[in-house]
Every structure is written in structure tokens, then in C-alpha cells.
Write a protein that binds this ligand. Structure first.
Ligand code: PHE
Ligand code: ZN
Length: 878
């Protein structure tokens, strides 16, 4: 394997390379089993490196065919080549060239890193360390080279040949072969290198940039699917316009290509001028994609495009700085989606993801800082912490210094570091300079793992008309960080009067900060508000202004005041969630149905009457109860997933029954006969209608089943059809099986749709699910070789079926452990990701905890593990 597994790489050990590669000229002759790569590298000593030392290039499973130094074949004693390394013992003192010929087998590449085949196409994936599987190189992000790439292939097999940068030449190569030459003028690290060859269709358009340059934009897909790429192309053009408008960033090449492939380890990849996508995030039609799919496509197209400035023009000095490009680019794509759709709803959706993924990670054995200080396998650090918490840190920065200073800081960063490989320190310094603030303490967010808990206690003095708010913070220990220091926590806040009026904040309370923002930067603080005419309800952490848990001693009535009146939509939603969470927690404690909660039902009824019409997307978020995982995190320790499931179900049934009439009425009001359009407005109406159906079916299962079955059969779009199938999937019986069978029959030729079908069945919270899963693994559409199939069937079970993955008998853990081991030999990256399903094992009750540990130990003790799985299993057990 490529790294001695166990070797720890540390941030403090960073030093520049001893050599630089200024230019790389590649000639790639595509062949299914024997692709030849001729790489001419123009090297020189790095002035920042050590003089006259051997040159060590990285490789991974490579076979060297020939080597020349300054165009002269290298003598055998001048170098040493292994699959992992090419060492040139005494490189020339002056700038020199290496001409390296390697041969690889793209068909045998099941790791999907480097050059591989997906369907009938050739494609590449080089981040983080895949380029070394193509040729020997200084495979690290601080080595920036100008790439020129000649690609040659059989014209029949691969009529389309794409590379980074601009096309410069193409022609016949004789013998049925042809070639294309691409040149990328922007120096880049090799992780951004890409080529594609294949028989592909495209949709194309032209985008004129703010300075008037014409850019050819295109999305390439498998033959016959071009129609399904038009939404992605449109999202791309909107992203390009948005980045000009909001960040002043213009595109810089003559072409921008996106290629969709069906075998891909991640979501997509920002290769310069040639983004390669998991086809799940490109292909969409009304019949096959849900509104959520459309929103994901829009967000990921934007994300990869935005990387052109945050990631590509300015890249990372080393992989410890991953959040420099990822956190920042997630922040940018979140803002884009907020502008294109509903800002409040987008924020709620993002916080749901943050809590579900990042909070879960942060509270278990895999917790790590946004900028880790050490790693064994970098592939395992493409995490919710680096991405989502990384985005939250940027958001807090903007909250702290304000929009204007934030924009000035971004401009300074782009100006100063364009064309370089930068660090977090350099990034943060731009904002300190732009705002005139000391951000030293704030930057601790990059270093300290763990989710802080902020506790708030309020006291109203009616005599003095003052309101005192006592705040404390504490961050729990995480692996390697037993002691925690206080963080800088921006708390956006307001005071709401009992009848809903927003009480003006006395300026002293938040002095020195942005309006309405208090910054808690010590272990505790007391805030005093004066001239408060009545006992207020504090609305804290508005817009979720910091990634923390908030504990506050509000009465149910007070929460309902916020739900009804808060001017901050996020906190309106949050207060409804908190009321629901408490009801479910009471039911967990009691083990029996809690006393019917009239107030909650009444509040929801009132809310629906006021807001369902004007803001259906928001109303749908309010109707969605906290998930089982949310409740489990709230409990925090000794969790019994079955008890959580039962309690949540009790509350849902009760609420559905109490609101049945209103839900049914709203459901029929929202039924539309208009043709499907995947826009935010339509999506909002469908989301609410389907939320009504879901809750109604919980309260009135027989009628709900009928309604769902009708919707399932009559739907003219996947959103409604799949939502109905989702409702049916939770109602055991013949109707469910009939609907599932009809669905798979109807979409038997569409792998992406069958993924939905796999995933839905994997999430059924019943003991029979594991058997069902074993059966589905034999389905002709399933394959362990395709990451999307694995994630939908096995990943959904492991990550999103709380009761069945965590079966008390340990059979869920055993199954997932078996799958991880089976996958590891083929695709370690996907195997390791699947294993992270165990990240919350320590918060389970003792019996399950023991079973989970046993399964983890079995994985960890298996000989010949990849570094990826060895790293996750090792850390999970620590
Ligand atoms: N850099 C990609 C993104 O976030 C993610 C990715 C990482 C893809 C590693 C492939 C491999 O946009
Ligand atoms: Zn990214």
C-alpha cells in the first residue's frame, strides 16, 4: 500500500519541497488495460528547500517503463523505482527535465482514484493523492505546475477527449486513433488535474463574463441523457453570475466543462476547468429527481464552480489547510442557495445537516478540529467538521466583523494570495486587517474540537425594569484535547415581549459589537438590559449564529411565544422543535403516551392557519419532527434507540391525530394540477403537502395509506411519488409491498432512481429490514463496485436506520462490519466512510455498546486492512 499504514503526518512537520515542478507536459495514451503516460516534468531546486538532496517523487501502484533525465535515458544506478516511489539520487544542479513513462490499468482500478473507467468512459480523480497513481510526481498541494496534456484514444471508443484549461489542438493520430491537446495556463497542484475520454453527449451554452469574455460552458453525460443535464447547466450559469455579483469573481478560461460519471467516490470534484461529477448530482428530470435532488444539484454545481477561486486560484499549502478551501466554499454555496431560494429555509436545512453530521462526529471518538493537526489518511478528513463546521466558522467571522469588512477581507485575500498555496493564518490575517480587529482568539475555532454548550439564565426585575442574562460556556473534552478554553461565540439575540413586540435592546448590552450581537468570549458573562417594560422572552442564537448547543430554561409558554412571534425565522422553527423534543423526551422517560399536549397542537394549528399559505416551505420544516438521531443526541448517553423510536412515534401519532382535519384540508388545498417546475415556490408547496401527508398518515394510518397510495400512483413527478412511497414504507402491509414492486418495475432501468428505492427499504425501522437488505444485495441493479449503490443500500441502513443498525442483538453491526471488510479490498475510501457509521457507538446503552465494540474490534483486528479503514477503526476504539 501507498503509505506505511500507521505513519502519522503532522502539521508542525511541514516544510517546503526541495524541488519544484514548474511545468508538466503529459502525453496520455488511453487503453483499457495498458494506458501509457509519458510525463515530461520541468524541475528545479526550490530556493526554500534543502540544496543538493535526492529527489523523491510519489507513486502508488505504478510501473515505471522508462526514465530520462534531460532527455538522456537514465542509468540504472541513477535512480530507484518502486510502485510507491521514484528516487533520483543526484539530480542536476541546474533546472532539468525528467521524462517518465508509466503504464497503468484503468480497468483494474477499483479504488476510483487516479485514472479509471466508469461505464464506457475514462476519467480521473486526483484529490487528495490520486495523481501519483497516474505518474510519479511531487503529489502535494504546494507544488504548482502549468500543465499541458495531450490525450490520445481510439476515436470510436472515445470521441470526446477533455482536459484542464483551454483546448489548443486536436487531430488524427493514425490507426483509428485521435488526439486532443489541452493547456491550462494557471499553475495548479496536481490534485486538480483531470482528463476524460469517452462517448458522451453534451448540453452547451455560452456565458459572457462581467468583463465581456465569452465562455463555452458544457455538461457532458452518457449518450441519450443530455436532456437531463439542462438543469445543471442552468445552475452553472447562475453560479457564474452570482460569484461575479456577490464576490466580484470572474471566470478565467475559455471553456468550463462538467462531466457526469456513474462511478465516483464523492459528490464531485473541482478540477480546473473540468469538473467531474457523480451523476447523481447532475442528472435530473421531473420523473426521476425530487425537489431535494434539484436543490442538491444546484448547490454542488455551485460549490465546485466556486472552488475556481476558493481552492484553485488560491489553493492549500498542505492538507491540514483543507478547510481553507472546503469550509469557505461550503459557506459560498450555502449563501448562493440562500439567495436563489428561501434564506430562512436554507438556514434551517443547513443547521439540520450540521447537527446530524457534525455534532454527531464532534461528540464521539472521531472528533477533530476544523484544522486537524495530524492525520494518518487524509481521505478520512473530508468530514462534516472540515466542511460544515468550517463553513460555520466563516459565517461567525462575518457575523463578528460585519458584511462590509467581511467583503473587504475576501477581496484582500483574493488579491494577496491569488496563484499561491495559502494557510488558515494567512486567510484570517486578511480579515483582521480589513476589520482592524484582533482575531487571534477567534481563530481558536480552527484548533479546538468539540461542540461548546452555552447555558443561559434570565432574570427579570420588574421594579428596576432590567433583564439580566447570565451566560456560561463549556466545551467537552475530545480525543487528544482533554482541556478546553473558552471560544469566541457570537450570539445574535433579541428580547420578545409576551404579546410579540420586539423590545428595543439597550445599547450598552451589546456594546462594541455588531448590532444585536453579543460576543461571549470568556467562560461566563452577564448581560444587563435596561428599560425593559415587561418580562421578556429571550431569543438567543438567532439564525444559529454559532455552532453550539444552547441550553436555556424557557417554559413551554415562553417557547410558544417565540414560535408565534419571533422575528427570527430560525428561532421560530427552533422553538417548535424544542417543544416537540421535550414532548418526545417525556415519552422516552415515561415509556407510555404522555398526556396529550394540547398546547403544541393548538400552536401548530394556529401557525398553519397563518403561515401555510404564505410560506409553505417554512411550514414544512416546522411540521417535520426532530429525528430519532436528534433525540438520541439530546439524551447523550445510554441511549436505547428502540425507546427513542417508540417515543417519537407516540408523539407523531398523537399530533397527527390531533391535527388530522387541518392536515387533510391543507393537503387537498395544496394539490396542484399545474405542470411540475423544480423551482423553490413549487418545491415549498410540495414539501408542505407531503409533510401533511406524512403526519396525517401517522394519526390516521388507514386513510393515510389510501391517500398515499393514490398520490403514489397519480403523481406526475418524483417528489410526490417518492414522498408517498416514503409514507407507505412506514406502514407495514400489502400496500407497501405493492407500491415498492410497482416502483422498481417502473424504474428498472434507472440506477439513480433504484438507489432511492434501495435506500428507502434500508431505512424501514423494523426487525425484518436486515433480511430484506440481504435480499436486495442480490438484486441485479445492486453492485458492490458502485459507490452510489453501496451508499444507498448499506450506507442508508448504517447511517439512517437508528433502530435496525443498532439492533440489540448486534446483527446490524455485524452486517455493516462484514460489508466494510468486503469493500475494503476494492475501495478503501468508501469502506472507511461506511465504517464511520459507528461514530456514535459510545453513547449507546451498555448492551449495544458492547456489541458495537465487538464488531469494531473484529474490523480493527483483521489483517491487511487499508490505511483508511485501519485509521477509522483505530480512532473509533480509542
Ligand atoms: N474537493 C471535492 C469537493 O468538496 C471533494 C472531493 C474530495 C472529491 C476528494 C473527491 C475526492 O468539492
Ligand atoms: Zn469542495
Amino acid at each position: 500500500m501507498r503509505d506505511e499504514s500507521g505513519a502519522v503526518i503532522r502539521l508542525e512537520d511541514y516544510r517546503p519541497t526541495d524541488y519544484l515542478i514548474d511545468r508538466a507536459e503529459l502525453d496520455i495514451r488511453l487503453d483499457r488495460h495498458a494506458t501509457r503516460i509519458l510525463a515530461k516534468l520541468h524541475l528545479r531546486a526550490n530556493p526554500a528547500g534543502r540544496p543538493a538532496v535526492p529527489l523523491v517523487l510519489d507513486g502508488d501502484e505504478l510501473r515505471l517503463v522508462s526514465l530520462a533525465i534531460d532527455d538522456v535515458p537514465a542509468a540504472p544506478e541513477a535512480f530507484e523505482a518502486s510502485p510507491e516511489r521514484l528516487v533520483i539520487h543526484a539530480p542536476p544542479a541546474q533546472p532539468f527535465t525528467l521524462t517518465i513513462e508509466t503504464e497503468i490499468d484503468p480497468t483494474a482500478n477499483t479504488k476510483l482514484m487516479g485514472l479509471y473507467r466508469s461505464g464506457s468512459a475514462y476519467c480521473t480523480q486526483c484529490e487528495a493523492e490520486g495523481f501519483r497513481r497516474i505518474t510519479y510526481f511531487l503529489d502535494r498541494p504546494d507544488v504548482l505546475s502549468v500543465f499541458t496534456t495531450r490525450i490520445e484514444a481510439d476515436r470510436d471508443e472515445a470521441p470526446v477527449l477533455l482536459g484542464n484549461g483551454n483546448p489548443v489542438a486536436a487531430g488524427d493520430a493514425g490507426g483509428g486513433r485521435h488526439f486532443a491537446i489541452w493547456h491550462d495556463p494557471f499553475p495548479k497542484p496536481c490534485y486538480l488535474f483531470a482528463i476524460v475520454g469517452g462517448r458522451l453527449d453534451k448540453v452547451a451554452d455560452r456565458f459572457t463574463t462581467m468583463s465581456g469574455r465569452a465562455v463555452e460552458v458544457a455538461v457532458y453525460v452518457e449518450p441519450g441523457k443530455a436532456e437531463d443535464a439542462t438543469y445543471a447547466l442552468d445552475a452553472l450559469k447562475r453560479s457564474m453570475a452570482w460569484d461575479e455579483r456577490v464576490f466580484g469573481r470572474e471566470y478565467d478560461l475559455d471553456v468550463f466543462n462538467v462531466v457526469a460519471v456513474s462511478d465516483f467516490n464523492m459528490g464531485a470534484m473541482e478540477n480546473k476547468g473540468l469538473n467531474i461529477f457523480n451523476d447523481k448530482y447532475v442528472l435530473a428530470s421531473a420523473e426521476t429527481a425530487t425537489d431535494a435532488d434539484y436543490a442538491n444539484i444546484e448547490a454542488i454545481i455551485a460549490h465546485e464552480y466556486f472552488h475556481n477561486w476558493t481552492g484553485n486560484r488560491i489553493t492549500c499549502r498542505d492538507w491540514f489547510q483543507l478547510c481553507l478551501k472546503e469550509g469557505l466554499t461550503v459557506f459560498r454555496d450555502q449563501e448562493f442557495s440562500a439567495d436563489e431560494r428561501s434564506r430562512a429555509v436554507k438556514r434551517i436545512a443547513d443547521v439540520r445537516v450540521l447537527r446530524a453530521q457534525q455534532f454527531a462526529e464532534d461528540s464521539g471518538p472521531l472528533a477533530h478540529p476544523v484544522r486537524p493537526r495530524q492525520y494518518r489518511e487524509i481521505n478520512n478528513f473530508y468530514t462534516a467538521t472540515v466542511y460544515e463546521k468550517g463553513a460555520e466558522v466563516i459565517r461567525m467571522l462575518r457575523t463578528l466583523i460585519g458584511d462590509d469588512a467581511f467583503r473587504r477581507g475576501m477581496d484582500l485575500y483574493f488579491d494577496r494570495y491569488d496563484g499561491t498555496a495559502a494557510t488558515i493564518e494567512e486567510f484570517v490575517a486578511c480579515f483582521a486587517e480589513a476589520s482592524g480587529r484582533d482575531l487571534g482568539h477567534f481563530a481558536q475555532w480552527y484548533e479546538q474540537a468539540g461542540t461548546p454548550t452555552v447555558n443561559a439564565r434570565g432574570h427579570y426585575d420588574a421594579e428596576a425594569k432590567t433583564y439580566r442574562l447570565a451566560l456560561t460556556q463549556v466545551t467537552p473534552p475530545t480525543p487528544g484535547q482533554p482541556e478546553k478554553a473558552p471560544q469566541v461565540i457570537p450570539i445574535r439575540l433579541g428580547l420578545v415581549g409576551g404579546s410579540g413586540t420586539e423590545i428595543a435592546l439597550s445599547p450598552a448590552a451589546t456594546a462594541g459589537h455588531m448590532p444585536g450581537v453579543f460576543v461571549l468570549d470568556g467562560p461566563s458573562a452577564t448581560l444587563t438590559f435596561t428599560n425593559v417594560p415587561e418580562k421578556p422572552v429571550p431569543s438567543l442564537l438567532r439564525g444559529f449564529s454559532a455552532p453550539v448547543r444552547l441550553e436555556i430554561d424557557l417554559e413551554e409558554d415562553e417557547l410558544l411565544v417565540l414560535f408565534r412571534y419571533d422575528s427570527d425565522a430560525f428561532n421560530q422553527w427552533q422553538s417548535a422543535q424544542t417543544v416537540a423534543t421535550r414532548a418526545i423526551l417525556r415519552a422516552v422517560g415515561a415509556g407510555t403516551p404522555p398526556a396529550p399536549d394540547r398546547r403544541m397542537a393548538d400552536a401548530l394549528r394556529h401557525f398553519l392557519s397563518m403561515r401555510a399559505g404564505s410560506d409553505p416551505a417554512f411550514a414544512a420544516q416546522v411540521l417535520a419532527l426532530p429525528t430519532e438521531a436528534d433525540i438520541a443526541r439530546e439524551i447523550g448517553h445510554d441511549v436505547d434507540p428502540d425507546a427513542v423510536h417508540r417515543a417519537r412515534q407516540l408523539v407523531k401519532v398523537e399530533l397527527g391525530a390531533a391535527l388530522a382535519a387541518e392536515l387533510a384540508e391543507l393537503y387537498s388545498q395544496l394539490s396542484s394540477r399545474e405542470p411540475y417546475v423544480p423551482d423553490a415556490a413549487g418545491a415549498g408547496r410540495r414539501a408542505l403537502r407531503n409533510a401533511c401527508l406524512d403526519l396525517f398518515a401517522a394519526g390516521r394510518p388507514a386513510e393515510g395509506e389510501e391517500l398515499a397510495m393514490r398520490q403514489f400512483r397519480d403523481a406526475d413527478n418524483m417528489t410526490d411519488r417518492f414522498a408517498a412511497l416514503g409514507v407507505l414504507s412506514h406502514l407495514p402491509g400489502a400496500a407497501r409491498e405493492t407500491a415498492l414492486a410497482e416502483f422498481s418495475e417502473r424504474f428498472r432501468n434507472n440506477a439513480l432512481v433504484l438507489d432511492k428505492w434501495f435506500s428507502l427499504q434500508a431505512m424501514i425501522p423494523e426487525p425484518e429490514t436486515l433480511e430484506r437488505l440481504r435480499g436486495l444485495m442480490r438484486h441485479p441493479a445492486f453492485s458492490m463496485g458502485n459507490p452510489n449503490r453501496v451508499r444507498s443500500l448499506i450506507g442508508s441502513f448504517a447511517m439512517a436506520n437508528l433502530t435496525q443498525f443498532n439492533r440489540a442483538d448486534g446483527a446490524g453491526y455485524d452486517f455493516v462490519a462484514d460489508m466494510v471488510l468486503a469493500l475494503d479490498a476494492r475501495n478503501p475510501q468508501v469502506a472507511a466512510r461506511l465504517l464511520t457509521a459507528f461514530r456514535t457507538w459510545k453513547m449507546l446503552e451498555p448492551r449495544r455498546r458492547a456489541e458495537a465494540e465487538k464488531a469494531l474490534r473484529r474490523v480493527a483486528g483483521t489483517p491487511g486492512l487499508s490505511p483508511d479503514v485501519a485509521d477509522i477503526s483505530g480512532r473509533s476504539l480509542s
